[in-house]
Design a protein around this ligand. Structure first.
Ligand code: ADP
Length: 496
């Protein structure tokens, strides 16, 4: 039968999801199940690897069944996933030896602190593009090997396998035949040299990780192998892998240097394509691999805003100023400006480029005339201003002022926010029709490898803009807003 479909396998932090796409990159149907996070101690976050696999398998089969596609019509599966989350399992039994340690888990923060010195920081930055942090997989693997009885001995004899979520899903899809990852996921382990594209001996020694546990590192788009035949009734190609943020960058078709995507969810996640150059940031942004497709290797800069859409959640649940997130748009538009109110949503400190964990949220400029509309508008503006600061840092790093940004995520539904974003960046931004860009990216990678789509040129034509927002603000007003914001940020720093 003609191969007409690709399926994106999207394993996120809070859910397992699968989306079936046709050869026009149109989503025909999807299935999704929530997954459980476990908090065994303060600061620890775990998930059950078997739950991750079983929910992912079930939604994959359900999506295929609901859309009534025949397995022989599936060109391939593209995998995208929550990054950095770490699983170690027994190669013989396929059983995990410990729960998945999730990216948010802080249990190895003290260890990271203990090895943080200028020499190690420079070593890790130059090889991996990362900052030393518990976030990444390396210290999580070591923790499991050190805390599960007999694990080190088993690892020494090659009995154990490590994987990020992509690796774990593919191991299970293939019935244990494939122990692989791709360059984007490998680049988040703190063990992978992003320049030589190989696991790094010096870093393996520093973190005490035996190379026997590591998966083979592949490109982001190729036929790696197939699923075990009994899953769909016949073997289906596994043909694309990318970590969630990189997958979204590809889903947004930000394929040229200087193109960026921002996802506006709870936090805001920015990734900018820097082409074939791995740009070392002077602003504490991360350097990472965007993808490898054939011989084409692209790098990216990455940074995030901790409190993005969460600022609106805070107005809703904390201050109870609104009852629904979408009310914020009409309220913001009901006033001409914030009347001098400036809200710094540093509720959990400030991330890049400020990096101040002791900063706290503040609302400045209150007067007797301040209304809730002014505060709500200031909160939305703060989302855009934080993204502005990150983009500005990225532009400094790449020495380029002209940016092209595409947007996705729940809060992009807010047209006031999008217009403000364009105004404050003084650049047009584009919102696509399909805002499920993470899954779309994985589908693109799989469709490209399997010939469903001819080449990257063809993919460009499959990305469709819903709306473009162009800057309308005067330079004077923009300068005033930025000046107010910078003053407010300064005053919110170093609070606790
Ligand atoms: P996540 O994947 O992080 O859960 P979503 O992409 O689902 O996030 O987006 C939800 C976030 O966006 C929430 O923080 C919510 O407050 C915010 N949000 C949703 N709709 C709007 C809106 N119309 N205006 C502003 N913020 C919104």
């Amino acid at each position: 039968m003609e191969k007409k479909y690709v399926i994106a396998v999207d394993q996120g932090t809070t859910s397992s999801r699968a989306i079936v796409y046709n050869n026009q990159a149109k989503a025909l149907g999807s299935a999704q199940t929530a997954t459980t996070s476990l908090f065994p101690h303060p600061g620890w976050v775990e998930q059950d690897p078997m739950e991750i696999w079983n929910t992912q398998k079930d939604v994959l089969l359900k999506a295929a069944k609901d859309t009534e596609i025949n397995p022989s019509e599936i060109a391939g599966l593209g995998i995208t996933n929550q990054r950095e989350t770490t699983i170690v399992w027994d190669r013989q039994t396929g059983k995990p030896i410990y729960n998945a340690i999730v990216w948010q888990d802080r249990r190895t923060a003290d260890f990271c602190q203990s090895i943080s010195n200028p020499e190690n920081e420079a070593l890790i930055r130059s090889k991996t593009g990362l900052l030393i942090d518990a976030y990444f997989s390396a210290t999580k693997i070591a923790w499991i090997l050190d805390h599960v009885e007999g694990a080190r001995a088993k690892a020494a004899t090659g009995q154990l396998a490590f994987g990020t979520i992509d690796t774990w899903i593919i191991w299970n899809l293939s019935g244990g035949a494939l122990h692989i990852t791709d360059v984007t996921n490998a680049s988040r382990t703190m063990l992978f040299n992003i320049h030589t594209l190989s696991w790094d001996e010096e870093l393996l020694a520093l973190f005490n990780i035996p190379s026997s546990v590591l998966p083979k590192v592949k490109s982001s788009s190729e036929i790696y192998g197939t699923t075990r035949a009994d899953l769909f009734g016949e073997a289906v190609a596994i043909a694309g892998i990318a970590g969630d943020q990189q997958s979204a960058l590809f889903g947004q078709q930000c394929t040229q240097s200087g193109m960026a995507k921002t996802t506006y969810g709870t936090g805001c996640f920015l990734v900018m394509n820097t082409g074939e150059t791995a740009v070392e940031s002077s602003n504490k942004l991360l350097t990472t691999i965007a993808w490898k497709i054939g011989d084409q290797l692209h790098y990216a800069l990455e940074g995030s805003v901790f409190v993005g859409g969460a600022a609106i959640q805070f107005l809703r649940d904390g201050l109870e100023l609104i009852s629904e997130a979408k009310e914020s748009e009409a309220l913001a538009l009901s006033v001409e400006d914030t009347a001098g109110v400036c809200f710094v949503p540093a509720l959990t400190g400030l991330g890049a480029p400020h990096w101040d964990s002791s900063a706290r949220g503040a609302i400045f400029g209150l007067t007797r005339g301040t209304t809730k509309a002014h505060i709500v508008r200031a909160a939305l503006e703060a989302i855009g201003l934080q993204v502005h600061d990150l983009i500005q840092a990225m532009c400094q790093d790449i020495d380029n002022e002209s940016i092209k940004m595409r947007v996705d995520g729940g809060a992009t539904a807010n047209n006031f926010l999008m217009q403000f974003q364009s105004d404050i960046l003084k650049a047009s931004i584009e919102r696509p029709v399909d805002i499920e860009t993470t899954a779309l990216g994985a589908a693109f990678l799989a469709g490209l490898a399997t010939g469903l789509w001819k080449d990257q040129e063809e993919l460009k034509s499959l990305w469709t803009a819903d709306r473009e927002f162009s800057p309308q603000l005067t330079d004077e007003k923009r300068a005033e807003l930025l000046q107010n914001w910078n003053t407010a940020v300064k005053r919110s720093k170093n609070w606790v």
